[in-house]
Design a protein around this ligand. Sequence first.
Ligand SMILES: [Zn+2]
Length: 386
Amino acid sequence: MTNLQKVKINITERKEKSSEYSLDTIQVTCDKSITETRIKQYYKGLRKETTNTKLAKIEDITRALKYEDTETYLKRYDRTRDCLNIAIQDGDKLIQGRCNQSRLCQNCARAESSQRIEDYKTSLISLAEDRGLYFVTLTAPTCRERELRSTIDKRIKAFAKVKNNINRRHGATLNGLRKLEVTYNKNTDKYHPHFHFLIQGEAEAYLLRDLWLNQFRDASIKAQDIREIKLPNGDTSNLVEVFKYATKGIVTDTIEAHAEYHILRAINRKRIFQTFGELKKVYLEKISDTDNQINDWSAPKREIFAFQNKCRDWTDARGNRLVNLETYQVKRYENVNNEKNGENEQGKNEKISSKSQYGRTRNNREQRESQRKEYFTICERKSDAW
Ligand SMILES: [Zn+2]
């Protein structure tokens, strides 16, 4: 008997005992129907709401500034607003369209970074096993809004030059990847474009930093950062922060929306992510335009759900919610999972390494949270150094 059938029997039994129980209350209180996919869908709803809120603010700024290419940006916002907006349930399948605009959409940014980890993890693990893998952050002084695009250009060119130098003059090859990030400091009203790298070999990591400093005489050595990144037993959770998308994606006020719009414009048609040397992609599969999931928490049916910002959930025409989970239920589920996994450390490690990006359980959420803090501290500290 499947879990779903058990749940359905429970509902019928309880309904007979007391007519006070509506189907909804039982659905909410029955923990058996809280599944990993349902939790994932819950988080998609939260990210969708954050994205929609950001889009509304950026759209105001875009319309107010009236640049020539305003329409292009407005169309992009529309595409992102449509992302995962409709959920079609067909039997137990849940089908949703994606926008694939990772620079605007939190859900697509997440899917893209997970995809990249999958694509490169085998290669990164073998680079790490041979000579070690280093997380390098390279910065140069912050800049004003009007200089942002040219500053980014300069830094991309500077890196290309350094890479060639390493090859030609030092007889070494850089293996790894680079990712461009741009942050904005509200207090100083300055932008901070910088690079994060994963580089194989300690010597190469330091050589990269030294040659970078030669390119930017006004850059301080203290503002550069090098640390070894471990991938114990093929556990790639340390990579999650490295692969995350450039801006923090949360816009709370007009000033931040303005900065976000300018960052978007400055990185337009620029490569955020680049690999070089021996780092090879393993899967050539592209992220699909549709997000296909299994609905394993409610009865199979044919139904169309539309996203509602207010409840951060999708509802059908009668107002029934698709995910229908409250925060406390999600937290309780995650706590139970943490405890279960804490008891069996061996099992936990197996789980992380054998599961795909989407199947990663929340047992290492705390660990990732602390990594996330450390990562942003690096970025902020670099930004403060100026
Ligand atoms: Zn999207």
